[in-house]
Design a protein around this ligand. Structure first.
Ligand code: N01
Length: 542
């Protein structure tokens, strides 16, 4: 009925080509098809799973509960049981297979297809997108939904290519898995990926060395297995949780408490921290006292509480001081904390060492292992690079995008990203980004953003179609003012005080610029609604 093309055909002009088949891409595909658009998804991954297809390293799991890490869309949550409170990558992939079975997505998704180029043609008002393996597709609109972490960041290490053992980036882990049993493992990086790998490696490897440049101020996950009855129980109040999720600052089913930490006594505060600690999860980060992420004194109260908790679990005071130092590495919560299950107990084990690689960095890699600056030699069979991503913009710029008058997006953004609300950029008509740079992505639960942003984008495209518009482009002014707004919020916050991927500070040479909107999900969407009420007048249409 929609005049859809089948998977193999690339001769027809599609209404919309979506690049990226994670939560955002698939939600939009379903909505667009329902609205009568012809649409297809290209995804570089071998199958469903989005970022969880690539990140299949041991222990990879979400830091959101399954209940909130799923679609509200079409009540798909009614029949899916999560096996764990915080699902691992296999659990998330199972969920993707489930939504495919319900929404019949696969026929419009082309896997193992990396979009390497996209070029705008003014005469026909279409994009031509090409893949690295020679496919070509024309589309009137392109949605780039590559996610925040499509481009892994590799460290620049002397001798890495001479290493004789196995070495993998966590985001390019072999699909068949890697057995760490009995091996000497070195893990570089202690972000969420590093913490999760270390936990698993500690249990099976002969020896693990953790190279920590910045401590992860990790919070307890309080993981548990879920039965069908547990799932039934959760489903009872899920509709209310979705309402909260759509209105909370970070798109979760909880929000900051309208209380200041500094207004309470230490005893009152610690009692609340203790209760939250036992419950576990991100409420201790994005659902805690409202002044924690804005006031040093408030922030320090939690850091000290956290530090004591960690020290209780680590016998060796030297180790404990490396992972939870007296002097805070940065205010708590301005780098993303990880959720841990037994990370600090694993650090406490005799077969696990932790090295402060800020004081003592890697000097070079040799065939047998790693040599540190102070001469320490780490014999190694498996070197894990848990070094993160060229986040937010890296995935988009991984595509060679050419807009109006031959302008390259890479050149346009060489001095920093300019977007209108993270959704589009001038000079690149008929192109929208989902979970893009300068949107709330880093501070918004993924599926919430997929649905809410997906909704406004599909609604916008429907509006344009009704009006007979064949070309749209946001104004230069609109993106300049959005960039200033994002930058101002950032400069007034604590975030500049830690080098994080939120503002590109983890990538050598990247323009230091906030790429994650910190105004919160509610303000973001009311801002868009105002533009909608004004007839989307920041867009020039033809
Ligand atoms: O990457 P990261 P990640 N020399 O950038 C270190 C999501 N995620 O893959 O902190 C030495 O956080 C770097 O050190 P430093 C989540 O949003 C979610 O772990 O820059 N060290 C850091 O320790 C997360 O925030 C989940 O000083 C180097 C680490 O490598 C985001 O993805 C799971 C280095 C990189 O940490 C990224 O997490 C996994 C160098 N040259 C990821 N370069 C869950 O939901 C980097 N490092 C659970």
């Amino acid at each position: 009925a929609h005049g859809r093309t089948d998977n193999d055909s690339n001769t027809d002009v599609l209404d919309v080509l979506i690049v990226g088949g994670g939560f955002s891409g698939l939600y939009s595909l379903d909505r667009l098809r329902d609205a009568g658009f012809t649409a297809k998804v290209w995804d570089a991954a071998g199958d469903f799973g989005g970022i969880w297809w690539w990140n299949c390293y041991p222990g990879a799991r979400t830091d959101s509960t399954g209940q909130v890490y799923q679609f509200e869309h079409k009540e798909l949550w009614r029949d899916f049981d999560w096996r764990e409170l915080y699902p691992n990558w296999e659990g998330v992939r199972e969920y993707f297979q489930y939504i495919d079975s319900q929404l019949d997505l696969r026929k419009d998704v082309v896997f193992s297809t990396f979009a390497s180029e996209a070029a705008w043609d003014e005469d026909s008002r279409t994009w031509t997108v090409r893949s690295s393996d020679g496919k070509e597709q024309q589309a009137r609109q392109v949605i780039v939904a590559t996610g925040f972490g499509a481009k892994p960041l590799y460290p620049n290490l002397e001798g890495l290519d001479t290493f004789a053992g196995e070495s993998y980036h966590t985001a390019r882990w072999p699909q068949g898995g890697v057995d760490m049993t009995g091996k000497k493992v070195v893990v570089m990086g202690t972000g969420s990926s590093g913490v999760q790998v270390v936990q698993e490696a500690g249990h099976v490897a002969e020896h693990v060395t953790v190279l920590q440049r910045t401590p992860n101020l990790a919070l307890p996950m309080q993981q548990r297995k879920l039965t069908h009855d547990d799932n039934e129980e959760f489903r009872k109040d899920l509709p209310e949780r979705f309402v909260t999720r759509n209105n909370a600052f970070a798109g979760f089913d909880f929000d900051f408490m309208p209380i200041n930490a500094v207004d309470l006594s230490k005893e009152e505060r610690d009692a609340i921290y203790e209760k939250m600690w036992q419950e576990g999860g991100f409420p201790m980060w994005l659902g805690t006292f409202q002044d924690i992420l804005s006031d040093d004194e408030a922030n320090r109260t939690f850091y000290d509480f956290w530090r004591n908790k960690v020290h209780e679990r680590i016998a060796d005071p030297v180790k404990a001081e490396i992972v939870a130092p007296k002097e805070w590495p940065h205010p708590y919560g301005i780098k993303r904390p990880s959720l841990e299950q037994d990370y600090y107990d694993v650090i406490n084990q005799d077969n696990v060492d932790v090295i402060d690689s800020k004081k003592n960095p890697i000097k070079k890699v040799v065939p047998e292992g790693v040599i540190m600056e102070d001469g320490t030699f780490l014999e190694c069979d498996l070197l894990v690079l848990a070094t993160g991503f060229d986040a937010n913009s890296g995935g988009i710029l991984g595509i060679d995008i050419t807009g109006v008058d031959g302008q390259k997006l890479r050149d346009k953004w060489a001095g920093g990203v300019d977007t209108f609300m993270g959704l589009s950029t001038n000079g690149f008509p008929n192109m929208m980004f989902l979970y893009g740079p300068q949107s709330p992505s880093g501070f918004c639960n993924g599926p919430t953003s997929a649905e809410r942003q997906g909704h406004i984008v599909v609604e916008f495209l429907e509006h344009l179609q009704r009006k007979g518009v064949t070309r749209f482009e946001n104004s230069v002014e609109s993106e300049k003012s959005w960039r200033s707004h994002v930058d101002e919020l950032f400069m007034d916050s604590m975030f500049p005080r830690a080098k994080s991927w939120y503002w590109g500070a983890n990538v050598p040479g990247k323009v230091p610029q906030m790429l994650n909107y910190t105004g919160g999900v509610p303000l973001y969407f009311t801002t868009w609604d105002e533009h909608k009420e004004n007839g989307y007048d920041v867009y020039d249409v033809k």
